[in-house]
Design a protein around this ligand. Structure first.
Ligand code: ATP
Length: 256
């Protein structure tokens, strides 16, 4: 059954000087527990699409439904993770990971215990009383993931969460996020420029084209890649085949 439905979405940004059509007639749906990536060249509307899914931005036309309802970022059903970790520098890691719970008035003994357990499960030991500046970029991004997951969202919106990290840390975090999301059977939408990341983490890839932003083609990730961790997937033959297919499609888009 569809968990997220995007129906005939159009979006135009109006500024004093011009109107930019960022999205044209986008429709797709995502099943519960599915991991879908939005891939495409710069300016094809990926971030705009994610903002509309989150409810932060109202589309000019069309509608989005998450579990049958209009999206509401303030409700605990949506978790949003960005390229920057946005941890508050003056708060400890513990205070930071409790923040979402506090804002949603869900901070109690049990939710505290669960958030701290998640912090340990994700490999962050003994950092509770430290400040974000005392942690590496990868560790901060892991703490941001714990903060996002602590409120137990039904869907995670990930906007290039690994792109500011060095390659090795990025691969490790991809594995960790993949494992955590599968464990809790979370639905996720990932925005990325990285074909390899999209293939190794997703069940399906929605390839967008630019000017105006539109859904160009949908790729199903082969079954054998979906069951293994992203790092392992990168060495499989089916991964290389799909990588080349998407690469060619992107090239043809650039040349059209
Ligand atoms: N706030 C805004 N005001 C005006 N135009 C905007 C605004 N945000 C985005 N745009 C335009 O809308 C189009 C889609 O932008 P968007 O950021 O969604 O694309 P993207 O695929 O996420 O790009 P990138 O991969 O570079 O992050 C672009 O032409 C962009 O210049």
């Amino acid at each position: 059954m569809s968990f997220l439905i995007v129906q005939n979405v159009n979006h135009t940004y109006f500024t004093a000087k011009q109107a930019t059509k960022a999205l044209e007639n986008i429709s797709f749906s995502i099943r519960e527990g599915e991991f879908v990536s939005l891939l495409g060249p710069s300016g094809c509307g990926k971030t705009t699409m994610l903002s509309i899914i989150s409810g932060l931005l109202q589309p000019t036309e069309g509608e989005v439904r998450i579990d049958g309802k209009a999206p509401d970022l303030k409700a605990s059903s949506i978790g949003y993770m960005l390229q920057q970790d946005y941890l508050f520098p003056w708060k400890t890691i513990e205070e930071n990971i409790f923040l979402g719970l506090k804002m949603k008035k869900q901070l109690n003994a049990e939710s505290r215990k669960n958030a701290l357990q998640l912090l340990h499960d994700i490999g962050l030991h003994g950092v509770e009383k430290q400040f974000p500046r005392q942690l590496s970029g990868g560790m901060r991004q892991r703490a941001a993931l714990v903060r996002t997951l602590a409120v137990n969202p039904k869907i995670l919106l990930l906007d290039e969460p690994f792109s500011a990290l060095d390659f090795q840390t990025k691969l490790k975090l991809e594995d960790l996020v993949f494992k955590t999301l599968k464990q809790f059977h979370k639905t996720a939408v990932l925005v990325t420029h990285d074909i390899g990341e999209a293939i190794s983490m997703s069940d399906r890839i929605l390839l967008f084209a630019a000017k105006p932003g539109r859904l160009h083609k949908i790729f199903e990730v082969p079954e054998d890649l979906r069951r293994i961790r992203p790092f392992e997937a990168r060495s499989k033959e089916s991964y290389s085949i799909l990588f080349n297919e998407i690469w060619k499609e992107l090239e043809s888009l650039e040349n059209s």
